[in-house]
Design a protein around this ligand. Structure first.
Ligand SMILES: Cc1cc2nc3c(=O)[nH]c(=O)nc-3n(C[C@H](O)[C@H](O)[C@H](O)COP(=O)(O)OP(=O)(O)OC[C@H]3O[C@@H](n4cnc5c(N)ncnc54)[C@H](O)[C@@H]3O)c2cc1C
Length: 225
């Protein structure tokens, strides 16, 4: 278990250790972590030193990792994401945090409660962190993306846990959205539902889950934009 002690935010700079491209627009930025405590699912406020502008990014790495990974989509004309896409190994970036309460209840994880994760795009970041941090976690992860190349690190998930929903994939007969998948999917008894990504997906998926009788108290969400 990770340990849910109360955490306070810190203000710091951190050295860039690596940058890994996952697609034309999306990359993993790895920074030093130092002795920073965090809970999987939290986020940091990240930016360039001196830019005076930060944005929130969820932790993509695990609670036990010695570094911090962030999964970042370079938004065209986006002030901070385009600047972060240009940093080099050895640069110092502004990393403040951790913040946020989009975290798992560790008692539920220990008790084997099933978890259903639903992400769009880079909204997969906190779920990757959950999966990496809690080896015994019972979960299935629905990932809504437009193209095959956006199935970020899909091989990192054990067989059967990662379910891609590709809306504009190369095989037209297999195209679908997460909402389509969730209207038909078997929903495990007593599951908790965690949604993360863009607002439209969260609204649509919440409606689909409520139509299937899922109580609002079992649905948790984090909106990126
Ligand atoms: C709690 C939280 C956690 C977040 N975690 C992540 C994360 O792990 N990875 C990540 O890439 N982003 C994440 N975001 C979004 C991030 O904070 C920025 O909004 C994003 O990087 C754009 O910032 P920018 O300065 O480049 O763009 P801005 O100059 O602020 O332009 C904003 C534009 O970008 C669009 N936009 C924002 N995010 C995305 C995105 N991911 N994909 C496509 N369009 C987008 C918005 O609709 C808006 O039109 C998170 C946001 C929140 C609130």
């Amino acid at each position: 278990m990770v340990g849910q002690a109360a955490l306070s935010g810190v203000r710091a700079t951190a050295e860039v250790l690596s940058r890994r491209d996952l697609s034309e627009f999306t990359f993993v930025l790895r920074t030093a972590r130092g002795d920073l405590a965090l809970l999987p699912g939290q986020c940091f406020s990240v930016g360039l030193n001196g830019l005076g502008l930060n944005r929130e990014y969820s932790i993509y790495s695990g609670a036990g990792d010695a570094y911090l990974d962030f999964l970042i989509r370079r938004v065209p004309d986006g002030a901070v994401s385009t600047a972060l896409a240009e940093v080099s190994v050895g640069d110092e970036v502004s990393v403040n945090g951790p913040f946020g309460s989009f975290v798992l209840d560790e008692r539920a994880v220990s008790a084997g409660v099933p978890h259903v994760f639903i992400a769009s795009g880079t909204g997969i970041a906190p779920f990757a962190s959950f999966a990496r941090s809690y080896p015994s976690l019972d979960y299935v992860l629905y990932h809504g993306v437009r193209f095959e190349v956006e199935q970020y690190d899909r091989d990192a998930y054990p067989p059967g846990r990662y379910i891609p929903c590709i809306s504009q994939g190369t095989a037209p007969q297999r195209r679908r959205r997460v909402t389509d998948a969730l209207r038909q999917a078997p929903l495990p008894d007593g599951a908790r539902y965690y949604l993360c990504g863009n607002r439209a997906m969260i609204v649509d998926v919440t409606r689909a889950l409520r139509e299937r009788g899922i109580a609002g108290s079992s649905i948790f969400m984090e909106t990126f934009f």
